[in-house]
Design a protein around this ligand. Structure first.
Ligand code: HAM
Length: 410
């Protein structure tokens, strides 16, 4: 993915805001490798998911070990927690990450093969208060980015105790429609009928509309957990709707699943997806330990911000452009620019031998707040006119007095 300066400031704004909000909610940054052993994602994300079956970038290293570029961050974070032994520290562990991920998907608006996620994970907290905490953090970030057309959808998909009953009900329902299902869903009927609920095919999706709903099959504990989450969200004043079609495309989820969905950015409208994964850490070789988290797609956040008209202003980076005429003035311009930079001022001078007129044109285009023109007479007198570009006003400055110049630039 190539991102140029004319857009990077939006990314930086989102990342900075995400870091600030995460810190306020007590999350600390974690970094982990771009690729892992393929087996981690097979076991963590799940063998029956599209991600593992169709979308991973998998290759062998020189020893024949199968590695995959990370398609997401949760499995890697769990692996890091296990490998480091941090699971034995004071709980809960709360991490956030900003990472690139890789999935071999059909590119379209809001979906690319390399994409960026801001994600958070909590390990070792099983109470619904933790679910509410991560949702509140995601909600706070979305509000802080001024997004208006984003809505929270929640659901509970139960646990290994209640899920078999639900799977049976789904199988029974979908078997009656098996002739109409797409080929993939016909296979899913046996392997993982839950996956049919988020099939993108129009026919499967229509059939799924009237399928049995997860929340009607929850065991008492899962039901109480979901009630408790709703109470917490109500207490926090967070608006949500219960959406029983949300089952998420990764196998590790248990109980709470949720998505923040943006209206009007097209088919790829989920800006944030997450949920609880109480079995993941154990399934990838760790102790039995609860987990909950989410990840937001940065490109989808940008699409949503564009749509809501809340993109940040491009930053004004250049304080001073020093134009020069002649070799001696050009050297003086380089010297002044660098001395000013040492004091914290952003300054530029000509590096490509432009005419004076072209230099001024460049300064305008670069959005310089001030310009200074140096020629032989300025070098001789040691004085030059500092021009404020916003109103054209000029003040005379001593070109050998950097402190005075800096003061005039504030
Ligand atoms: P996910 O739903 O696969 O969940 O991805 C999370 C978010 O990443 C999506 O909602 C979307 O905004 C963005 N995203 C996914 N695929 C693409 C793509 N191809 N192009 C652009 N953006 C994309 C996870 O990855 C889980 N690990 C989230 C999680 C963390 N659950 C618990 N903890």
């Amino acid at each position: 993915m190539d991102i140029f300066p004319d857009e990077i400031y939006i990314w930086q704004h989102i990342e900075k805001t995400a870091r600030e909000v995460a810190a306020r909610y007590g999350f600390e940054e974690i970094r982990f490798p771009t690729f892992e052993e393929t087996a981690l994602f097979n076991r963590g994300v799940g063998d029956t998911t599209d991600i593992v079956q169709k979308e991973m970038y998998t290759f062998s290293d020189r020893d024949g070990l199968s590695l995959s570029l990370r398609p997401e961050g949760t499995a890697s974070t769990a692996r890091a927690v296990i490998e480091s032994g941090k699971y034995a520290d004071t709980l809960p562990l709360k991490y956030y990450y900003i990472i690139n991920c890789f999935r071999y998907e059909k590119p379209q608006a809001g979906r690319s093969r390399e994409f960026y996620q801001f994600g958070v994970e909590i390990f070792g907290a099983q109470n619904a208060a933790a679910d509410a905490h991560v949702i509140a953090m995601g909600n706070a970030l979305i509000r802080e980015l001024n997004l208006k057309s984003v809505a929270l959808h929640i659901n509970s998909i139960g646990c290994p105790e209640c899920r078999p009953k639900y799977h049976d009900a789904l199988r029974e329902y979908f078997r009656a429609h098996s002739d109409e299902l797409c080929d993939t869903c016909r296979k899913r009927l046996e392997t993982n009928p839950l996956r049919i609920l988020d099939c993108k095919s129009e026919i499967c999706s229509k059939i799924a509309d009237t399928a049995p709903r997860t929340i009607e099959y929850l065991c008492d504990d899962c039901s109480a957990h979901f009630d408790s989450l709703k109470k917490c969200l109500d207490a926090l004043g967070i608006t949500y709707s219960i959406d029983t079609r949300i089952v998420r495309g990764l196998d590790y989820y248990t109980r709470t699943v949720f998505e923040f969905i943006s209206e009007g950015i097209g088919a790829q409208s989920t800006v944030c997806g997450g949920g609880r994964y109480d079995g993941l850490i154990e399934s990838v070789g760790g102790p039995r330990m609860a987990g909950i988290g989410f990840a937001m797609g940065i490109t989808r956040l940008i699409l949503s911000m564009k749509q809501d008209g809340v993109l940040p202003e491009p930053p004004a980076n250049l304080t001073l452009y020093i134009a020069s005429l002649g070799d001696a003035a050009s050297v003086k311009a380089i010297e002044i620019a660098d001395r000013l930079r040492h004091t914290g001022i952003s300054a530029e001078s000509d590096l490509v031998g432009r005419s004076l007129k072209a230099q001024i044109k460049y300064a305008n285009k670069a959005g310089a707040a001030y310009t200074l023109i140096l020629g032989d007479s300025e070098l001789e007198s040691g004085k030059a006119q500092l021009k404020k570009m916003s109103d054209g006003s000029q003040v005379e400055i001593d070109i050998n007095n950097i402190a005075e110049m800096k003061a005039a630039l504030q």
